[in-house]
Design a binder for this molecule. Structure first.
Ligand code: 8HG
Length: 301
């Protein structure tokens, strides 16, 4: 475990003596879209229908606007705090090339996010830039999510499938989704119908049964959604379904892999195969250190 103890205080909780936890690395490494840096350096974000604020103070992490119960039922898993990242980093750093990327992103943790939110978010991510992805998701949340007030400002939860299901194609087209609006509409209908027809017993999102499958079957089911190809499926599996051997290859990861390991003309599936052979069950972690390193350093090949 990567922390010593938890204390509560009036405004939230304090996680004492946390290691491998840097807010910038976690929230800006590409895995999430609903966290924003504040003028004081803290990050405010929305997840699981709540707004929280995260501050790093020396060896501790302070989470404002929460309590011990939510820490135990939500945030402990969300921040993947039960996992020993020192061990993962030591393992990956045996490779002198990857060591550089691991040192750069030393405070990364892979968030365990909500499958429905991540399914929609990564359909939006296809051929898109992160600021545009964030803008589209914000529009969706403002229209179909629930308002949550924090520090006199309105934030919005990610919509539930029940609420989002009322969206028409015309309304979605007003959310900066471009050609992806149609995919989102089809995906919402499919998730909703699965849930109504009780393909999925009584779960929240209608996607938990997919999360329960092994990696290959999980990817196969995800690719049945419109707008989900292999790369998007790998992101959904890694960021919301605990499939840590996924290795999503986008343009940054491709550049990083070419920069460190491969000839410049290698295809995306070949890069993915090479990486999974090399990093095995730690592929997803390796991918995140590489993505962050490549994007923040704007590496070219
Ligand atoms: O964390 C990510 N990993 C990979 N491989 N791709 C990502 C991540 N986050 C993210 O937004 N992307 C995609 O990269 C979406 C978009 O196509 C591009 C933005 O740089």
């Amino acid at each position: 475990m990567d922390y010593k103890s938890i204390e509560n205080f009036e405004e939230g909780i304090i996680i004492k003596d946390v290691v491998n936890f840097k807010p910038k690395d976690i929230f800006e490494c590409g895995q999430c879209f609903r966290w924003d840096k504040q003028p004081n350096g803290n990050y405010i974000g929305v997840a699981y229908g709540r707004v929280i604020e995260v501050e790093k103070r020396e060896n501790d992490i302070i989470i404002y606007n929460t309590n011990l119960e939510d820490f135990n039922t939500i945030w402990h898993n969300y921040f993947d705090l039960g996992r020993d990242y020192s061990k993962i980093k030591a393992n990956l750093s045996k490779d002198p090339l990857l060591k550089k990327a691991v040192e750069f992103g030393e405070g990364i943790r892979l968030l365990q996010q909500e499958p429905f939110e991540i399914l929609i978010s990564f359909i939006i991510s296809a051929n898109n830039r992160i600021p545009m992805i964030k803008r589209a998701i914000n529009k969706i949340c403002e229209k179909w999510g629930e308002p949550i007030e924090y520090k006199e400002k309105e934030y919005y939860s990610f919509p539930t499938i029940e609420s989002f299901h009322s969206a028409t194609l015309e309304e979605l087209q007003l959310c900066s989704l471009g050609f992806r609006a149609k995919y989102i509409k089809d995906t919402i209908d499919k998730v909703y119908n699965n849930k109504q027809n009780n393909v999925t017993p009584c779960f929240d999102t209608g996607l938990d049964w997919i999360k329960g499958l092994d990696s290959d079957k999980c990817q196969k089911e995800l690719k049945k959604f419109n707008g989900v190809g292999p790369k998007v499926a790998d992101c959904i599996m890694l960021f919301s379904m605990e499939k840590y051997s996924s290795f999503p290859v986008d343009v940054w990861v491709k550049r990083a892999m070419q920069h460190f390991y491969l000839a410049p003309d290698v295809s995306l599936p070949k890069i993915r195969e090479f990486a999974i052979n090399k990093f095995g069950s730690l592929s997803g972690f390796a991918q995140q250190y590489l993505f962050y390193y490549a994007r923040e350093n704007n590496i070219k090949i």
